[in-house]
Every structure is written in C-alpha cells, then in structure tokens.
Design a protein around this ligand. Sequence first.
Ligand code: AMP
Ligand code: GLY
Length: 423
Amino acid sequence: MKVLIIGGGGREHAIAWKVSQSPKVDKLYCIPGNAGIGRLAECIDISLNDHKTLAEFALTEEIDLTIVGPDDPLAAGIVDVFEERGLRVFGPRKKAAMIESSKVFAKNLMKKYNIPTATYETFNSSEKAINYLRTSKYPIVLKADGLALGKGVLICKDYDEAVKGVKAIMEDKKFGEAGNHMVIEEYMTGPEVSVLAFCDGTHILPMTSAQDHKRAKDNDEGLNTGGMGTFSPSPFYTEEVDRFCKRYIYQPTIDAMKAEGRDFVGILFVGLMLTQEGPKVLEYNARFGDPEAQVVLPRLGNDLVEVLEACIDGNLDKIKLTFEDNAAVCVVLASEGYPEKFEKGLEIEGLSAFDKCKEYYIFHAATRQEKDKILTNGGRVLGVTALGENLKEARSKAYKAAGKIHFENKYMRNDIGKAIDNI
Ligand code: AMP
Ligand code: GLY
C-alpha cells in the first residue's frame, strides 16, 4: 500500500521509520518531510495549510492511508477535507481535535464528566479574569485557550505577575487569537507523565509512558519549548497509576467525546500530573507528542500500520499492544538560542556513524539536504534516541551518541532523564 505522512519534524521521522518497517507498505510519501525522512520517503513540498491541494495529491497518487502528524492541520480540519473526498486518513476530525485546540473546551469536558483535573474558571474578558485573581491562591496558572506552540501557559507566583499575564494574553494578544478566551487554574505539583493512546472512537489503547523535558535549560530553567528530550517508560507511572488512569481518565475521556458527538479517532495524548491526591489531567493533545513519539515508537512491538487501520475501522478491541521490555532516552540537539532566535543552514557532521546501529535512532527534526550535505533548518534539529536494558544505560548511550554529532551552534540539555537517578 501507499502511505502519506503529513509533517516534517522528529515525530514524523519516527512515524515514517516505524511505518517503513511494515510489510504492508510499498511506497511512502511525506509532505514536507526533511533530510532524514527523505531517506525513507519521497518528500513533496505542499503547504500544510492548503488542505485541498494536499487531498488532491493523495487522490492523484492513489494514497491508501494518510497519517497527520502536527496539531495545526488537525485543528483546522484536514481530516474532514480528506474524508469528504473518500480518502482514508488517520487523525481526529476538527470537532474532536478541539480537545487540544481549545483548553476551555477540554476543561469544561473534564468538569462535565468528572475527569480529574485542576480546578479552574474560564474567562472571555480581562476585567473578569483580573477580578477573579484578587481572591485566588498563588502560585496560579494562566492558559490561553487556543494553540500557542506549547507556549500559552504562564505560571504566576503572585497577584501582580498574574495581572500582567492576563493583560499579555487577553489585551496584548501575546499568543494571538489563542488569547480571546482563557483558563485560570489551580497550581498542581508532582511528577509529569505523558501517555499517548490509540483511539477508534469507542476503544482506547494506551501506549507505554514517557516523560518530557519542556524547559530550554537544565534543572527545568529557561523558556518553555516543544520538548528538549524524553525518556520511556516513566518509573513514576506504576501499575496502580495505570489502573487509576484507565478507569477514571482514559476511557471516560473517550466516552465523553462520544457522548458529545465528537468521536475521537486518532492519538489522544494525555499530559498527567501525579499529585498527592492522585493523577490529574494537565492537558490533552490530539496527536503524537514530539519528542515523545521518538521514545515510544522504537519500543512498540506491533505493526503501526495495522494499529492505525484498526483505529480507522473501529476494531481496536481486536489489537493487543506489545512493548519491548527495555528503555529509551531521546536527547534533542537544538540550535543555540531556541526557542527564540537562532541560526540555520549550518552543516551537520557525524550522522553516518549511526546508519547501521540498531540501538540508535537519529530522528531529524529540522534538517535539509543540500547536495551531499545535511544542514540545520530550525530550532530543534535532531532527536538522538538510544535504547538500553534500563533507563540509565539508555541515557548514557544517548549522551555518548549526542556527543558524536556536531554542528556549529549545537545546544542540548545535559540532564534528560536525570530525575531517574534518584529513584
Ligand atoms: P500544558 O501546555 O497545559 O501542558 O502546560 C505546559 C506546562 O505547564 C506543563 O507541562 C506543566 O509543567 C505546566 N502546567 C500546566 N498546568 C499546570 C498546573 N495546573 N499546575 C502546575 N503546572 C502546570
Ligand atoms: N512534547 C510535547 C508535545 O508534543 O506537545
């Protein structure tokens, strides 16, 4: 069969690698792809905003399955456009992708269906929000309603900071239209865990857990980023936590979406905080996490294409997921200055050493090929994933490998997975 992947980051490289392992797949395309994906797939340059042209491409090339990676096209309804043309596509429709694209919607859903999450209020005017802040407990968390590249969350230590935050979101529109509405919620503490789950609208099959490192600098300092590294599994995600989440979070979320007429087909990414009172939902995403996909997919034993098809066909209850009994750590190599200003177009060296290594995966996040050279092409450049018998071994291998890859403004965190040293 012919498969098309939409997107061009590390997540899509991990998906492309896993899909290319499937005996069902004869030909792989990726739009727009990157230099790494280009070794597995034919990369085509079409704007991800132009859903009609994307669907025309899929029709002309007789694509059997399209997999959508990033949040923006999902939120804008790419799946609806493909389905209207009779194309087979994996991802939630616009109505279901709202679980990520509107935090107000997601919070109200959790409240209505008793899914554990931080207590909150929603606001559509800065006046009302500021009024609410007068009697709030601190620290407090402000969230812009819409998609904001993972940056629309502000944690404010006191009233003055929170007032500034509300004004930045709702009046100065720091995150654009995403700030037309906002959520103000209780500040929670505890280890954070991400669980990605396959969904077919009725059934939900959670994958192994992962843990992200969102801040740019060591010790969780610096600005929020898309993610600077991950590991899987999370030692905090015990069997007891898993049982609780399946019963009170995962299945209730899928049931709630169905009850609302928004059947969720795709990947539900549940961001959890393991608080003293039990696991609570921090956020939902409607897609694979990046870099979470880069540690979870290399550990997945199943044929990914088979599982995605079961999601589309509503047969997920027939699938049993298997994960290798090992661990994976991914260290993101970024351009110095990310997530703000950084240089692009710098040559990357040292990649070919990993071409034939089975326990290493160098997933390209932002690279481009120029003749025989591979150049940096964005903030997060590469994800260096290593597998090991346990997290410590995987971490030491990932850092060794990361040290062998060079480009001029290379930057990485040095403490990915360090939390596990104390367990
Ligand atoms: P989100 O995009 O909603 O996952 O938020 C980004 C990050 O902000 C999360 O990964 C948490 O580290 C932090 N965060 C979000 N909500 C809360 C909360 N209610 N309490 C404490 N930290 C939070
Ligand atoms: N790494 C977090 C995300 O993909 O949203």
